[in-house]
Write a protein that binds this ligand. Structure first.
Ligand code: DGL
Length: 272
């Protein structure tokens, strides 16, 4: 799950690594951006979607959103102790291992920077480093709007990253899954030698390991089935976003509706 399209950057890696698994992608575009909400709000919404997906029989749940993971992962693990969860966190660890000049940039949402898990990461990995941070709600919206990119979009991203560019950070952590879809703009805004860290491939490997560990992996002869995509937002715009970002039209698309603010989700119209 994610608030919006960001988690598709994780989904495509999981699909690539584990083509035999059945995948359901649910996002909550009606409540986007999560990063501008209170931690309680994010926790409540994330729990609602998780509860719905567990009701649909999922065997493992990926919170493909740094914001939702930071606010809710601990709570989810306590609430659903039987369910294996994979969450996301800004990749400070690899950045700290790889930096040569001890200057790291992190872009994420305001809620991610405010959360306890981020503070713990900083404590653990950022000692002796100069860490430049920037909450970027505007980039979440830009990623949701999607390509084609124009000169203003490039300028906006360059302005946001100007301080990190000037500081010559040699690692830039994408601490929000949406930002993977802005890679060309981010690369253009940073010096060529800056490594840009997208955690999605590592998350997919973690999913594979956890499935093995829990003896939950689908048999290799299982025939691949199309991903089920769901959103609480508009179906037609979501269809277009999936086609543009993943390069093929969704075969199975469904709208989810909140029963009432904060409670479980119900399936509603589906479209093929
Ligand atoms: N994709 C989400 C993340 O990784 C955040 C987007 C939002 O603010 O809704 O943090």
């Amino acid at each position: 799950m994610d608030s919006g399209i960001g988690g598709l950057s994780v989904l495509r890696q999981i699909e690539h690594l584990l083509p035999h698994e059945r995948l359901i992608y649910a996002c909550d575009q009606i409540h986007l951006p999560y990063g501008e909400r209170s931690l309680e709000d994010i926790q409540r919404l994330t729990e609602g979607i998780t509860r719905y997906l567990i009701g649909r029989g999922v065997k493992l749940m990926v919170i493909a959103c740094n914001t939702a993971s930071g606010a809710a992962l601990h709570h989810l693990r306590q609430t659903f102790p039987q369910m294996p969860f994979v969450g996301l966190e800004p990749a400070l660890k690899p950045a700290a291992e790889q930096t040569r000049n001890y200057k790291i940039g992190v872009i994420a949402t305001a809620a991610t920077f405010r959360g306890q898990p981020y503070a713990r990461l900083m404590e653990k990995y950022a000692a002796g480093m100069e860490v430049f941070t920037r909450p970027c709600p505007e980039l979440v919206l830009l990623a949701e709007r999607g390509a084609p990119w124009n000169a203003d979009d490039y300028r906006q991203v360059a302005d946001i990253l100007a301080e990190m560019h000037q500081a010559q950070v040699d690692q830039l952590v994408l601490g929000c899954t949406h930002f993977a879809f802005l890679l060309p703009l981010i690369q253009a805004a940073m010096p060529a030698q800056t490594a840009i860290i997208d955690p999605a491939p590592a998350v997919a490997r973690r999913v594979a390991t956890l499935l093995q560990d829990h003896a939950l992996a689908a048999p290799l002869h299982a025939s691949p089935s199309p991903v089920e995509y769901m959103t609480t937002g508009g179906l037609e715009s979501f269809r277009l976003q999936i086609s543009t970002l993943l390069g093929s039209a969704p075969q199975h698309l469904q709208r989810l509706q909140w029963q009432k603010e904060g409670s479980m989700l119900l399936d509603s119209e589906s479209a093929r």
